[in-house]
Write a new protein. Structure first.
Length: 337
């Protein structure tokens, strides 16, 4: 991704954390490679764990996902097949779609034994120093240098990725302990993005296009997928002069399912929207800013869908999401935040 603002090492010593995050997380700037970021990660290091499986570094460019239990093998297989469909959808996408979001390349599946099944895919490189520290300084302005250092020195925080929660605002972090904050899936909420002057409309449009591609090209319901900020794929082959940039990544397909273009399929799509983490703007929000974001999201989704199919189902999906949103407003749920 092209850079329009390269930070120098001298600037990093002086720049305000909000200023760095504003430029760096816009995906349009580069940071010089730090000494820490050039140190190779150890093979076998755990960098993630969910209900389905654990993720370990396999080598510089790959990760290995192993099921937590034998019965999770079914989910991991589904992850592989849906992930492969998404990669193919991006490759076959019209030239105007999919440029602002990356999807890890699938590699292969491997059976270690009858009961062991591993999934290999491209590794998403974490956001590099000093972004993790700047996040802590910005979101927890009252934190001390010692507190931030304690958080950054935790081994599980060596793989900083940022979740783009465009559907949640107003979260009170004052009761959170900085030392215990996880940086692996750092939740950044839309009001925090607005305060940092991040390109929220670009994030919204990119995610709307991605959802349309998953629905009408990959033919999956997109249930429980994640949209995160990590280092750009270009960093894999960059020189020290080029440095690091940020990129939006789409991942985690083990809960996705194929659907038919009928009433039951439409319900899967609507449920997939509302049961997911709040990556999408919410039509049920009473905040005027969220209403604007939802209008942008739905418009972009419909425009992208029109390039992929001719039916009425995309508009029916948007209408179904809005109708369900009104019900959420009357009957709050943990998934509607």
């Amino acid at each position: 991704m092209a850079s329009i603002y390269p930070f120098t090492k001298e600037e990093l010593d002086k720049v305000h954390p909000d200023s760095l995050l504003c430029r760096m997380l816009s995906t349009k700037a580069t940071l010089p490679i730090s000494e820490n970021s050039t140190q190779p990660a150890l093979n076998g290091t755990q960098i993630g764990k969910g209900q389905c499986g654990e993720v370990h570094i396999n080598d510089t460019t790959k990760v290995k996902k192993t099921p937590n239990l034998p019965e999770k093998i079914v989910e991991l297989r589904r992850d592989y097949h849906c992930h492969t469909a998404v990669v193919e959808a991006w490759r076959d996408a019209p030239s105007s779609l999919g440029h602002n979001i990356s999807t890890p390349e699938t590699r292969e599946i491997e059976y270690d034994s009858v009961y062991n099944y591993d999934l290999f895919s491209e590794r998403i490189l974490p956001l590099q120093a000093p972004i993790p520290e700047m996040l802590l300084r910005s979101v927890y302005p009252k934190s001390t240098k010692i507190q931030r250092a304690a958080c950054l020195n935790m081994p599980e925080n060596n793989n900083c990725l940022v979740r783009l929660y465009l559907g949640r605002r107003g979260v009170d972090r004052s009761k959170s302990s900085v030392e215990n904050m996880t940086l692996r899936n750092f939740p950044l909420h839309v009001d925090e993005m607005e305060r940092l002057n991040l390109p929220v409309p670009m994030y919204v449009e990119a995610i709307a296009e991605a959802l349309a591609l998953m629905h009408w090209s990959a033919n999956i319901d997109a249930n429980d997928v994640e949209f995160i900020l990590g280092s750009s794929r270009q960093d894999l082959s960059s020189s020290q002069d080029q440095g690091h940039s940020a990129s939006i990544w789409l991942l985690d397909f083990n809960q996705c399912r194929k659907f038919n273009e009928d009433k039951a399929g439409l319900k899967l799509l609507v449920d997939g929207f509302w049961m997911n983490d709040p990556y999408y703007p919410r039509p049920s929000s009473t905040d005027k800013r969220d209403k604007v974001l939802w209008t942008l999201f739905s418009s972009k989704y419909l425009d992208a869908s029109a390039l992929l199919m001719d039916g009425k189902m995309p508009r029916q999906f948007i209408e179904g999401v809005e109708e369900e949103g009104y019900r959420w407003r009357e009957r709050p749920s943990i998934f509607a935040n």
